[in-house]
Write a protein that binds this ligand. Structure first.
Ligand code: TYD
Length: 423
């Protein structure tokens, strides 16, 4: 199966990233500093896409010298915070990953200055898919799109395409004799893109994905699990991490084990009931495996098949660590009990929250009343901890150990930095 285009050049703002807040706030800052109050939201928005200098002269009617000052002021704020006030459109990482999986060449051609384009791509986890970034040089105010597209094209290709949300992108592609796709979900509009002569229009990211992948289709979604001893802080990190993954363009499903769907949540109530002291270790292991089988069937597998990213608080490694190693049922037995339910659905990435197990238990018991499993001895905790560390050694490609020490805010920030290049 062949991709419709073996070389795809993307614009950044309004095509891969939703950069409006960072741009409009930085324009506003520059206009305020220049004493201009005669602007509205629409004028601010029309700065997205065209080269900056041109926008100051055309939208604000500035002379060249004032426009140059505007550019300097804009960049002052943008360099500090503006570039982080950004989000990748939902579905873009999947599109880029799928294009790469089929061998496409991917480049960026953007009027943003080089250092920001690279920083943004890196920060939001899309840099690893991009072969070449062609951006405006810092002193090049007019950053001509046809020239950027020309430099972004590979030395040889079968068929290339330029994807962008403004007429500048369409014109840039046309000037190089390649097809163009107008990204209607960005900051342009249908009339602008059609008048410019876009070969095709993509209303949203899924239609862009269909146009660019053709019969090759999208890859399956990513499956990420969080593991660690009780009290390691991973459940607290689920929400901030989910927010970050969404900002990076992941179409996300968050879930947990035991539980995650109605049947599995009912099993959770039974298996974690602190009063069920007569429950045998084997019963416990079977209940965890049963809840997992339903969860994989109802939630995890369908989401992965639909290209979504699944973020799951604990998965089968927990059973092997707690019931296999901790309770002493044996790693192989527990793996076997889980095999029919898991059926090869394993995480692509497992983040192991590493924290001293004694400190973690203390933190947890202070935080809430211990449930049945936490109420068991320290020796048990040590065994699960040792298993997890051994697992990280045996499966270094999948299981990554994360230092989870620190305040919740520090840990959230560290986790963002840790996980982004691993995605
Ligand atoms: P929970 O309150 O969700 O704790 P945590 O935030 O630490 O995940 O309780 C889940 C408990 O169940 C936890 O002690 C780990 C244990 N567990 C197992 O023993 N086996 C398993 O397969 C799973 C998923 C969890």
């Amino acid at each position: 199966m062949r991709l419709p285009y073996d070389a795809v050049i993307f614009d950044l703002d309004g095509t891969l990233t939703e950069s409006e807040p960072g741009i409009t706030k930085s324009v506003q800052y520059s206009l305020d500093a220049l004493g201009r109050t005669d602007y509205d939201d629409e004028m601010l928005r029309s700065f997205i896409g065209p080269p900056l200098f041109e926008a100051y002269t055309r939208v604000m009617g500035m002379d060249d010298e004032t426009a140059r000052k505007g550019v300097v002021l804009y960049r002052e704020r943008f360099a500090q915070v503006g570039w982080t006030e950004n989000a990748v459109y939902p579905g873009i990482p999947l599109l880029l990953r799928s294009l790469k999986a089929h061998g496409a060449y991917i480049a960026l051609a953007t009027s943003k200055p080089e250092m920001f384009a690279g920083k943004i791509a890196q920060h939001f986890g899309i840099a690893q898919y991009i072969d070449r970034i062609i951006a405006a040089s810092p002193d090049n105010e007019s950053s001509d799109k046809p020239e950027l597209v020309r430099r972004a094209l590979p030395d040889s290709y079968r068929r290339a395409c330029m994807v962008g949300d403004r007429k500048y992108d369409v014109e840039g592609g046309q000037a190089n004799g390649i097809d163009t796709i107008g990204a209607l979900y960005g900051y342009g509009n249908r009339e602008e893109l059609e008048t410019a002569g876009a070969t095709m229009i993509a209303e949203d990211v899924p239609s862009l994905t269909a146009l660019l992948l053709g019969e090759c289709g999208a890859e399956k979604g990513l499956f990420i699990s969080l593991e660690g001893s009780d009290g390691c802080g991973k459940s607290t990190q689920m929400e901030p991490l989910a927010g970050w993954l969404r900002q990076c363009g992941h179409d996300l499903v968050t879930t947990r084990e035991p539980g995650g769907c109605p049947v599995a949540e009912r099993i959770r109530d039974v298996v974690l009931d602190a009063s069920a002291t007569e429950m045998t270790d084997l019963t416990e292991a079977l209940l965890f495996a049963a809840s997992r089988a339903q969860h994989v069937h109802d939630v995890i597998r369908p989401a992965i098949a639909a290209g979504k990213t699944v973020l799951c608080d604990r998965y089968v490694d927990s059973s092997i660590a707690y019931q296999g190693a901790g309770r002493g049922l044996g790693v192989e037995l527990v793996r076997g009990l889980n095999a029919p339910g898991v059926e090869g659905t394993m995480p692509d990435l497992t983040i192991l929250f590493d924290i001293d197990p004694k400190a973690a238990l203390k933190r947890r018991i202070n935080a809430s009343e211990a449930d049945r499993i936490e109420a068991t001895a320290q020796a048990f905790i040590q065994k699960t901890y040792a298993f997890y560390h051994d697992l990280a050694k045996r499966e270094p490609d999948r299981v990554k150990t994360f230092d989870a020490d620190g305040t919740p805010d520090q840990v959230a920030e560290n986790l963002r930095r840790f996980i982004t290049p691993l995605l």
